[in-house]
Design a protein around this ligand. Structure first.
Ligand SMILES: Cc1cc2nc3c(=O)[nH]c(=O)nc-3n(C[C@H](O)[C@H](O)[C@H](O)COP(=O)(O)OP(=O)(O)OC[C@H]3O[C@@H](n4cnc5c(N)ncnc54)[C@H](O)[C@@H]3O)c2cc1C
Length: 488
């Protein structure tokens, strides 16, 4: 039964990084904003519990959305955190910009998004030595440098080894303020920082509580409702299920922004019937061609138990024809339990025996957008993602793995092991932005084609996955789209 009606200037669906940035921009422009979040809000006790468990996946406090993944013939179950703040509460916070020439494949230029990258970097407290990044794009404002912050011993060793291999490793931009109570935890990725040093949307909402942003946990948007006139749809309201009270409510606004993440945004649009006129909704899913490369050293390289996600290597970012390949990134070694969960069985003997002797690289290779790779609902209403790699995806990943192994061996590793990542955290492309309705879902301003007041502001609008981690680009685009929403 639809009981209540709630009104606001702008309704944002999803409280993750995209929803957080969009709502902040709108509220600072004087709009009243309601942010709907299907999951609960974490309290301080729960944050401590997640910290103790070392990964949100093993915590009982974090609400999770199950995703079935069919990747290259393998079936696995992945989980997305669904709390106020979404994934970025738990992310590793590496915050690289896409490179200028990559925007040739987008309907906007790098210059259209540059000022929003700067704004996002300030809001997220990003710092790093990007002047040493061989492909760092032009900046209107210098990034805060990491001067005075000393990287950990493992990173120093790897940096040195990479330099000896002729590469140009650099301290990557990261949304961690090392001067603001950071304890340099050995395990930082997968945890919500209890000291407030790592940017997290949850904290950002708390910090900006005086702005007119009303975050509503336990509120799941289930259907977008429209009036249709001359083939143009005007959203009249969103049907929302309050998970606590078990009641349906209609939320009404002047404009609506969907920021439910690249897996769940297309699901909501499909449930609202929009895929009938926009068949690319849910298609062109990209998740990056990810690889993990473990180096086993004859000594306890991680004995210091210091934070270990300091450097990236972008020397192989482009191939000779200027096609994007990707990035090699130092990756902290996770808690043993988690490492074992993510690695093939045959590696477990080595991992258990030599846990503190391991150092790790993550390779992030761009993956191609294929219409067959998609997000869909199964008959029993489960979310399923299909992701098959192309020969080029595999080639790019293999090259980066080879280079990562070279660095690990140069640093003294006597054995290296590599395997593919099955994560869905870097999902994008499922409501692709474009110049034409025929080959996209939203226009360059994030507005859904043939609608008057409906926008998408998360990673689903990205036409390419790029060779860097997505969060900074998500944040910058959400700020950019919110600017249009204010002024259109
Ligand atoms: C462990 C981990 C490490 C990562 N490390 C990095 C990194 O180092 N660098 C980087 O760039 N990226 C990283 N990422 C990825 C990055 O965090 C995500 O790409 C980004 O946070 C996505 O933000 P989003 O707002 O688009 O989506 P989400 O964070 O998924 O937020 C969407 C929110 O919408 C809610 N929602 C969905 N459907 C509905 C609905 N119908 N009604 C109401 N609410 C709904 C969800 O519950 C969720 O809270 C990492 C991610 C994880 C999980």
């Amino acid at each position: 039964m639809e009981k209540q009606e709630v009104t606001t200037d702008i309704l944002v669906i999803g409280s993750g990084l995209a929803g957080c940035m969009a709502s902040y921009k709108l509220a600072t422009k004087g709009k009243s904003v309601i942010v709907l979040e299907q999951g609960p809000q974490l309290d301080p006790k729960q944050i401590d519990e997640i910290f103790d468990k070392q990964t949100f996946n093993n915590s009982t406090s974090v609400s999770l959305v199950e995703v079935e993944k069919l990747q290259d013939g393998k079936r696995s179950t992945r989980y997305l955190p669904a709390n106020v703040g979404g994934q970025a509460n738990f992310y590793a916070a590496v915050s690289l910009r896409m490179r200028k020439q990559e925007f040739d494949k987008w309907p906007i230029n790098y210059d259209d998004v540059e000022k929003y990258y700067s704004e996002a970097e300030k809001l997220l407290h990003v710092n790093g030595n990007c002047q040493d990044d061989p492909y760092d794009p032009p900046r209107s404002e210098a990034l805060k440098n990491l001067d005075g912050v000393e990287m950990g011993p493992c990173a120093k060793l790897l940096k040195n080894a990479a330099q000896k291999c002729g590469m140009h490793p650099f301290s990557h931009p990261i949304a961690i303020d090392f001067h603001a109570g950071c304890k340099r935890c050995f395990v930082c990725n997968q945890r919500l920082c209890p000291f407030g040093a790592k940017f997290a949307p949850l904290r950002f909402y708390e910090k900006n509580h005086s702005l007119p942003i009303d975050v509503r946990p336990h509120h799941k948007a289930v259907e977008i409702q429209f009036d249709v006139q001359n083939d143009c749809k005007k959203v009249t309201g969103v049907k929302v299920y309050n998970i606590q009270t078990k009641q349906y409510i209609i939320f009404k606004a002047e404009k609506y922004i969907i920021a439910s993440g690249a897996i769940q945004t297309p699901i909501l649009l499909m449930k609202s019937g929009l895929d009938k006129s926009l068949p690319l909704i849910g298609k062109n899913l990209m998740v990056h061609s990810l690889g993990l490369v473990l180096g086993f050293f004859p000594f306890a390289i991680n004995k210091a138990k210091d934070f270990e996600k300091w450097i990236s290597i972008t020397d192989f970012y482009f191939d000779d024809d200027n096609n994007v390949q990707g990035t090699i990134q130092q990756n902290e070694i996770m808690a043993p339990m988690y490492v074992l969960e993510k690695t093939p069985r045959w590696t477990h003997f080595f991992i258990k025996k030599f846990y503190y002797n391991i150092s790790q690289f993550l390779v992030i290779a761009q993956d191609d957008a294929l219409v067959e790779n998609q997000v869909r609902l199964t008959g029993d209403d489960k979310i399923q993602v299909i992701q098959n790699s192309t020969a080029d995806d595999i080639k790019r990943k293999k090259l980066l793995i080879k280079k990562a192994k070279k660095v690990l061996h140069k640093a003294g590793a006597w054995l290296t092991l590599s395997f593919g990542g099955l994560s869905v955290y870097h999902a994008c492309g499922t409501c692709k932005m474009g110049k034409d309705k025929v080959d996209s879902v939203v226009d360059a301003k994030g507005k859904v084609w043939d609608t008057e007041n409906l926008y998408v502001a998360d990673a689903s609008i990205m036409p390419t996955s790029s060779g860097v981690n997505p969060s900074l680009t998500i944040a910058a685009n959400a700020l950019r789209i919110a600017d249009y929403v204010c002024h259109e």
